[in-house]
Design a protein around this ligand. Structure first.
Ligand SMILES: [Zn+2]
Length: 416
């Protein structure tokens, strides 16, 4: 073995550097003194590390709060931010019915963005053509700088070690697709892949400024519905990491056939197809005039259309949204009883009709979850709404810069 002492002091330097980065990430814009308090490192150590990070251009200084007087009434001290330009991450969110591609900086701010509606029954080859075009578009905009990493959000079941999409009930033609290998051949980077709902959870956790590490339950309502649970910065992955399939929990013993092979799954009540089925039923009853008119004008019959019309005051669309909200709320109430999280966060495009859907979810929770559990529960929308998984993919590709080495506890670090 080589000198364990050198190893230890290098480890401490590395841990302290990442602690400072973590603090600035959470608190930004922030002052050196704040970072020192948050990390429990002494001010001189923080100043040294910050200078090094400024030289490495991972941080930038911004003008401080002019209301806060500086020492001895002088100029206010400069504040610190992550330098968004320091990294260029290619983030990809493959949702069965929507493809999102972005260049995202170190501060997890989007620099370039493209999206395109997909047909979930398409063959992978066709989707990769669209993906290549969107990648070309985001890369060719602005400075043609190389990318530093790739993060990919995937639906369905994945092999995260190999970067393979194993299967997805919502994309029946996708079986064992080697996403990482395909992207590597094109871009020369090893992409990191994760399931969409876990990435939405990762993003919410990443931007959480509270220091008490609240437990969060994320419900992601997209083409299907998924669930993730984050506690103290760790996404719960279960055995094999296939968990979160709340869409395939059975809520009706004799219900409709689900694409997973089972009957009466939650997904048969709340998926994009379930929304379309409700609309078709309305059409058959001579209702849903506003939706029919929009479709006639060439708009696609997607949940987003129904949400938008509901928000604009169409009562038939609002009925559909409330009904979807009731079932999502039923699942939410059950999950709250099981896990008792501090926060229930709903992500997806539902922000278009957030008042209606959140009201329906809150109503179910009020009726069906235990009062003691409800009392501690906050229900809200994900900050990044429909882009939560896309930004989570960027977090995944950026995270190694910030991650503390395993077996190291924050309180156990030594400042020098
Ligand atoms: Zn199912």
């Amino acid at each position: 073995m080589d000198s364990p002492n050198t190893g230890n002091s290098e480890l401490i330097v590395q841990v302290n550097r990442r602690l400072v980065l973590q603090a600035i990430r959470s608190l930004q814009p922030t002052y050196r003194a704040e970072v020192s308090r948050w990390t429990e490192l002494n001010p001189a150590t923080v100043t040294g590390i910050v200078s090094e990070l400024l030289r490495a251009r991972l941080l930038r200084e911004v003008s401080g709060d002019f209301l806060a007087p500086g020492p001895a009434g002088g100029r206010p001290p400069m504040m610190l931010r992550l330098n968004n330009d320091a990294r260029r991450i290619l983030a990809i969110d493959l949702e069965p019915e929507m493809l999102r591609v972005a260049i995202v900086g170190l501060g997890i701010d989007i620099v370039e963005y493209r999206e395109e509606v997909l047909d979930r029954h398409s063959q992978p080859n066709l989707v990769f053509k669209t993906l290549n075009r969107l990648i070309d578009e985001v890369l060719s905009r602005g400075r043609r700088r190389a990318i530093d990493g790739i993060g990919v959000s995937l639906p369905g079941l994945i092999d995260r070690e190999k970067g393979v999409l194993l299967s997805s009930t919502n994309m029946p033609n996708w079986r064992n697709v080697p996403i990482r290998e395909i992207l590597f051949r094109r871009l020369g980077h090893q992409a990191k892949v994760e399931r969409a709902v876990h990435l939405a959870a990762m993003h919410e956790d990443w931007i959480d400024k509270s220091d008490d590490n609240r437990t969060k339950l994320i419900l992601s309502l997209r083409t299907g519905i998924g669930m993730s649970f984050v506690r103290r910065g760790e996404v719960f992955l279960g055995a094999g990491g296939f968990n979160g399939e709340v869409g395939h929990t059975v809520i009706d013993l004799d219900g409709a056939q689900c694409e997973c092979g089972n009957r009466g799954c939650l997904e048969t009540f709340v998926s994009a197809d379930a929304v379309r089925n409700r609309v078709e039923k309305m059409f058959a009853q001579g209702r849903g005039q506003a939706i029919a008119a929009a479709v006639k004008e060439g708009q696609q019959l997607r949940p987003e259309l129904v949400y938008r019309l509901a928000k604009d005051g169409d009562s038939d669309s609002a009925d559909i949204v409330r009904d979807v909200g009731r079932y999502v709320g039923l699942a939410a109430a059950n999950l709250a009883n099981l896990l008792s999280p501090d926060e229930l966060i709903v992500s997806g495009s539902i922000d278009l009709a957030e008042d209606l859907i959140l009201a329906a979810i809150r109503e179910q929770i009020a009726q069906r979850s235990l009062p003691q559990i409800r009392e501690h529960l906050t229900v809200r929308l994900a900050v990044a709404k429909e882009k939560a998984s896309l930004l989570g993919a960027a977090v995944l590709a950026t995270r190694e810069l910030f991650d503390l080495p395993r077996l190291t506890h924050r309180r156990a670090t030594v400042s020098n």
